[in-house]
Design a protein around this ligand. Structure first.
Ligand code: P71
Length: 455
């Protein structure tokens, strides 16, 4: 039997479903791009799990003891102790969010022309690698791209690809390895402990430092506990410690598994010199190293969230809810990335709408249709998001996905039922869903500000 959530709700925020005619008007005004909708016009918002979490009473009460001193506030020291306790790392530098951590850390680590290898970098990560004149390289296993195939750890680094890449390019041309756990771009897919250990061993042989993009570290640990041999009897806390023991540091967007609405950090295991350089660079962009762009109260909420997220009952309910939504969709025959990831169900919009060409953006078309049908907001992860290559051609995404991203502790199973029913309704009349074309195409990061027309 599936156990219910290990919490009850004591504050609610009303949400409203606009009438269909009204939704049609608002979507038209938004240029058929759900990013341009007002949040108030959305009924159930599955755009992202980033910063959309509900905090606990414990975290809210922590906000009341925020120490807002410029330097050395007590909440920083609480965060430092927590990072030591949870990850086994000596040093932490707070940042305003994940990309702030990427900016500060990468500007120290990357020399122009160097490769930054990983399973699959997230888009802001890739952007910051480019900004430092580095070259991002994705070495995820090929199974990640076959949405219908079961693999327990689709976020794994392909070890053959890794060894070949190092041999071919030379270790001296590789700035570092970044393992993203869970791997968002592959569909919130986990990385196994064995894979982290092996990647670390190979990289160590070649003196390539290993870092972790830790945004969804606890969700990754849950998959290791439930899917990897030898970990069923280990606690999430033990698994997290072991995962991070194989790396030298991490960047983290705290807006995911720290269960808060804003924040990020850089963690460093024991390299004091590196820590000092990060502290120095961080001052120019993020702020003095004991606050890093955050209020003392935010640091306190993060410190408390990092502990709360290790609760196995919480993780079981959280990932159980994503699985629940995924199962309703697969039962109806809707193609999704299987198994479902930790934070989202990734619908294979390319297979859902086979009559719509890549260059008419099946993921965007399905997201627009879903809003019209139900007031639910999803997000495209596909060819529109990929942009154009140097010759101006659309970069065709390996998978045309539409992500239904589940905020933590925010929606109930009834919300999930409604989302599934709405998508199934569209599936039953999928032949008459139309593709999109640009009415306005921004030069970069076009998916955020693009305007479309029906093709
Ligand atoms: C997500 C996001 C947030 C987002 C970013 C860009 C467009 C739309 C939504 C952010 C991540 C992430 C990983 C693995 C670093 C960041 C950046 N994800 N690494 O999935 O998933 O963190 O947003 O705090 O700057 O919706 P940041």
């Amino acid at each position: 039997m599936r156990l219910p959530e290990p919490y009850k709700i004591k504050m609610v925020e009303p949400i409203h479903l606009l009438p269909k005619e009204e939704r049609k008007k608002r979507l038209q005004a938004a240029g058929l791009n759900v990013f341009a909708l007002k949040a108030e016009d959305v009924f159930i918002d599955l755009l992202t799990d980033s910063g959309t979490n509900a905090m606990s009473d414990n975290q809210w009460s922590g906000m009341m003891i925020g120490d807002e001193s410029y330097a050395g506030c007590r909440n920083f020291y609480h965060l430092q102790d927590t990072v030591k306790d949870v990850f086994g790392y000596n040093y932490v530098v707070p940042t305003h969010q994940g990309r702030g951590a990427e900016n500060s850390f990468f500007s120290i680590l990357i020399k122009p022309g160097q490769y930054v290898i990983g399973n699959m970098h997230f888009d802001t990560t890739e952007a910051h690698i480019h900004l430092k004149k580095g070259i991002p390289v994705n070495l995820v296993i090929d199974d990640a791209f076959d949405t219908s195939k079961y693999h327990p750890f689709k976020g794994n680094v392909d070890l053959d690809k890794l060894e070949h890449f190092i041999d071919e390019k030379g270790a001296e041309n590789i700035a570092f390895m970044l393992i993203t756990i869970t791997c968002n771009t592959a569909g919130g897919q986990p990385v196994s402990m064995e894979n982290i250990r092996e990647v670390s061993r190979i990289c160590k042989e070649h003196k390539i430092p290993v870092y972790i993009d830790a945004a969804r570290f606890a969700e990754n640990a849950y998959f290791i506990k439930t899917r990897e041999e030898g970990y069923a009897d280990k606690s999430i806390a033990e698994i997290v410690k072991e995962m991070f023991s194989y790396a030298e540091g991490f960047t983290m967007s705290a807006k995911k598994d720290a269960l808060v609405n804003i924040g990020g950090m850089i963690g460093i295991k024991d390299n004091e010199e590196l820590y000092n350089r990060v502290r120095e660079i961080n001052i120019s962009f993020e702020g003095f190293p004991t606050y890093g762009g955050l209020a003392g109260r935010d640091l306190e909420a993060i410190a408390r969230g990092l502990k709360e997220v290790l609760d196995i009952d919480y993780l079981r309910a959280r990932i159980g809810q994503v699985e629940y939504l995924g199962k309703m969709l697969t039962d109806a025959g809707i193609p999704i990335q299987t198994p479902v990831g930790g934070h989202a169900v990734f619908v294979n919009a390319g297979k859902f709408l086979p009559h719509i060409d890549h260059e008419q953006f099946p993921g965007e078309a399905l997201a627009a249709e879903l809003y019209l049908e139900s007031g639910v907001r999803a997000v495209e992860i596909g060819t529109c998001m990929m942009g154009r290559d140097a010759e101006g051609k659309n970069i065709i995404a390996p998978m045309e996905l539409m992500r239904l991203t589940i905020p933590r502790r925010v929606y109930t199973d009834n919300h999930m039922n409604y989302v599934a029913e709405s998508l199934i309704n569209i599936y039953n009349r999928r032949d008459n869903v139309r593709g999109l074309k640009f009415a306005y195409e921004p030069p970069i990061l076009r998916h955020f500000l693009a305007k479309f027309e029906w093709a």
